[in-house]
Design a protein around this ligand. Structure first.
Ligand code: SF4
Ligand code: SF4
Length: 157
């Protein structure tokens, strides 16, 4: 059973259905992340079509065994390009985000899945549902960027 590093206690029931993304508190915004880890995988984007393919090659800070960023608070010291998703920039990022990402779902006006920790009450449900990338990735320092296309995967949904 994996512990949930995100504090989801004391939040209003179904707050994401009653508030706009821009109205969420910082704690509510952070609690929306389901911990699937899919945004930490490298993607390949076709410059002409904008089509995005997911690879199983994970960011150098991704811990495959916990499915978490190993240095989340200070990650920009090591990975300056890591995007800080906000209500004000999600419009420009949603196209590449995983289909099951809670931020993308709420932004699209769709409901969260029953396995989301805010609904199930446990972070483990994401892994049990098979939608996370826990124990499924390879670290980017083991795969040259030219070979990433050999590691393209379907998004686990
Ligand atoms: S894809 Fe979305 S829900 Fe999954 S870990 Fe990333 S931000 Fe969180
Ligand atoms: S720095 Fe951390 S949060 Fe950002 S992509 Fe890498 S593992 Fe994920």
């Amino acid at each position: 059973m994996s512990a949930d590093p995100i504090d989801r206690h004391g939040l209003s029931p179904r707050f994401w259905e009653r508030k706009a993304l821009t109205e969420l508190s910082e704690k509510e915004w952070e609690a929306l992340c389901d911990g699937c880890g899919k945004c930490c995988l490298n993607k390949l984007e076709d410059e002409e079509t904008g089509h995005v393919e997911l690879t199983r090659v994970a960011c150098r800070l991704f811990d495959d065994s916990t499915c978490r960023c190993a240095q989340y608070e200070i990650r920009h010291q090591f990975v300056p390009e890591c995007i800080v998703l906000k209500p004000t920039n999600i419009d420009s990022h949603a196209y590449w985000m995983p289909q099951t990402c809670a931020y993308r779902l709420v932004w699209e006006g769709k409901p969260l899945y029953d396995w989301h920790p805010l609904i199930s009450g446990t972070a483990q449900s994401v892994h049990d549902a098979g939608v996370s990338v826990k124990d499924r990735t390879v670290p980017e320092f083991e795969v040259h960027e030219d070979d990433w296309e050999d590691h393209i995967i379907e998004e686990p949904t």
